[in-house]
Design a protein around this ligand. Sequence first.
Ligand code: BEZ
Ligand code: FE
Length: 294
Amino acid sequence: MDDHEAGYFTEDNSVDVVVARNKNTKDPRLKEVMEVIVRKLHEAVKEIEPSEDEWLEAIMFLTRTGQICDDYRQEFILLSDILGVSMLSDAIQSRRPSGATENTVLGPFHVGDAPELEMGSDICLDEKGEPMFVHGYVRDIHGKPLAGAKIDVWQANDEGFYDVQQRGVQPDFNLRGVFRTCADGRYWFKAIKPKFYPIPDDGPVGQLLGKLGRHPFRPAHFHYLITLDGYQKLTTHIFDPDDQYINSDAVFGVKESLMAEFKPIDDAEQAAKHGFDGSKFYDVEYDFVLAQKA
Ligand code: BEZ
Ligand code: FE
């Protein structure tokens, strides 16, 4: 077929003409992907029928989205997050057997070089916030305890900021740590009660949320990245079910199965056992289940 076989471009044959023009690609996956994207994009434009001003506004929005990106800020990922595309893509990539812990978004605040800590350590380095004892087991889908699983955990402080957002204010690696499960699959560490926080909302994505009548908040959560040879990587959170934003997460990351009870305890003996001052702390128990690699 020569380049012109699908004819001159018209409103009616627009998809066929563009798809035909891409036919010489040597990359079959690119061909498939571009065919779907061109088809869906033309369908959207035909349904929306944007005016010239609206089209320019869309172009300028994407331009501003790119312009605000740098080594630390990725506004396109944020856009994908608030449109539910990150969670949809994650759901497709991490289909698991029933019983395995569900995945959710990684988010932009993971760091690759958090320190490996002794089991039971306190990840809170500035003594701010309400103390929390977090514990549970890592097992496979048959209930077998998994020893040596690497648990990389990170959370925001009680003002809703990660250490990397407050360099010089919070100590480096505050509220982060890497643990390895014991022979019986158990893990435990000390932390603080996390708080809801806004995703970065001072750019085009924040403006879009405002125009859509949406808030930018994520409900309180801990992040986990759990890895072990032979098992699928688990990227997930534990959520506080009592958080005011639990049903309206700005990035759609909440799953029913990822809620844990944040149990308030007032018991001096138990607090002392975990090394907390006073008698009050929160207890959070959550077991993770890893799926084997296919
Ligand atoms: C987070 O939970 O760290 C996060 C996830 C998606 C967008 C922004 C933040
Ligand atoms: Fe987060």
